[in-house]
Design a protein around this ligand. Structure first.
Ligand code: PAF
Length: 288
């Protein structure tokens, strides 16, 4: 695996290596890699000639400076994991490389309101920073395919909209969330859970798993209320549980037939914020 720290170096290498149309699959990350990331990197390798990964803890997408400070950075371990997953190229820039003083890297894009809901109001500035850095990384790497996890459902929806709006010649490949054996969605933040919270955390996905069945019998608001109740009773602080249109992320008061929905949840497990989601399609109208 090659490791490049500068834009010039990675671009020179990629330019030379893709002269005959060799395809590039790209997985942007902030490091602290787990099996969820590694599945994206392996899939990028299976479907392209080159699997490129970036590790960059992007300061502009953290709205809480303490969260940025506490973000794990086990770079030696990450490098070993990337090699084992078949990664060909790691892009490992520093902050000055990505945000050179005086260079305006911001991007003007119509996100169709996708950034205004759910995580948007809870984490002011987060999606602006995330969109800016993913746009900049795509501009540098110029991949054919971009691999992103569905665990961050809203994030991948926003990037899909950015690619469409800016007509970037990149195919977004949303990939299923990878879960621990007990159902907890893999996340770099899980390492910060105390043993007590780690034991309770699978309840989040257990509750999400009941959504499809309950929607056959109950209204959307009643399903949201009962999941809020169960998670709160277990001690989680629920920020939101929302069952929304899977494409627009807008609230729906009742389901129409064959409606694609997604149920998204954000909770605090002690001082660790966890998100998860499950998607489905309605068969019939609900009863509300
Ligand atoms: O999901 C992440 O790790 C980050 O938001 C991303 C996409 C790498 C941008 O910094």
């Amino acid at each position: 695996m090659f490791i490049f720290k500068t834009i010039n170096d990675i671009q020179a290498y990629l330019r030379k290596s893709t002269q005959n149309g060799e395809k590039v699959g790209f997985t942007p990350t902030m490091g602290a890699l787990h099996s969820g990331h590694l599945s994206l990197i392996s899939r990028a390798k299976e479907e392209n000639v080159f699997s490129v990964c970036s590790i960059f803890v992007n300061p502009t997408q953290f709205n809480d400076p303490k969260d940025l400070e506490k973000y794990p950075r086990p770079i030696e371990q990450d490098i070993q994991l990337l090699i084992s997953a078949g990664c060909d190229i790691l892009f490992l820039p520093d902050v000055a490389e990505m945000y050179p003083p005086g260079l305006d890297v911001s991007v003007k894009v119509n996100l169709g309101g996708l950034d205004q809901v759910l995580e948007g109001p809870k984490r002011p500035g987060h999606f602006d920073g995330m969109v800016t850095i993913v746009h900049r990384l795509l501009d540098i790497v110029q991949p054919d395919k971009l691999y992103m996890g569905l665990k961050d459902y809203q994030q991948q929806a926003i990037i899909g909209q950015m690619i469409a709006d800016l007509q970037m010649p990149i195919e977004l490949i949303p990939c299923e969330s990878i879960r621990e054996a007990d159902g907890l969605a893999m996340s770099s933040r899980n390492a910060r859970l105390s043993p007590e919270w780690r034991a309770k955390a699978p309840l989040i996905y257990q509750e999400l798993n009941t959504v499809a069945g309950r929607l056959d019998l109950e209204s959307i608001s009643s399903v949201e209320a009962s999941i809020t109740y169960s998670l709160s009773a277990a001690g989680f602080k629920v920020e939101y549980i929302s069952i929304v249109d899977a494409g627009t992320l807008q609230e729906i008061s009742s389901l129409s037939s064959n409606q694609n929905w997604v149920a998204l949840v954000a909770v605090w497990a002690g001082d660790v914020r966890l998100i998860d989601n499950i998607a489905g399609q309605s068969k019939f109208s609900d009863l509300s």
